[in-house]
Ligand binder design. Sequence first.
Ligand SMILES: [Zn+2]
Length: 172
Amino acid sequence: MIPSFSVDHRAIVPGIFISRVDEVGNGMVTTYDIRLRRPNIEPAIDVGAMHSLEHIIATFLRNDPDWKDEVIYWGPMGCLTGFYLLLKGNRSPQEIYDLILRAFKAVGDAQSVPGATAKNCGFYLMHNLDMAKWYAAEFVDYLTSNSENPVIFEYPKTERLITDDGQQFYDS
Ligand SMILES: [Zn+2]
């Protein structure tokens, strides 16, 4: 593993950030935090909207002809302030900016939530497409108006927390 830094959550703003890079076989896998909310300052994302954003954007990413073979994982953060995206390779956040913008624009175009059925989902009643569209539109506006702002691409770093029993702390 390539050692990862820790992030000072008090200083996080929304954006597209690299949280870690791992060597896997002969290649690399990069984990991005796609952060929509300022932790502990703004209210976290509505859980039904979070779930719908998970379904719609996972489906979008895994069907995109240019990116589907690069996608390893898309899923929600437990703190409900954003999403994890794992991609093959080691691209900068700026290199995936257009992909993320298109993914969230796709939420605005969605007529329904894919896979929101008892057969395809672990809690198919817990969806909220209208709220998902609201969060997505807000994030698209934010990314667009801050496209030249470096703070949306680089995390505020800090030392990694050591727990009381001496373990290094991780949240994913
Ligand atoms: Zn589901």
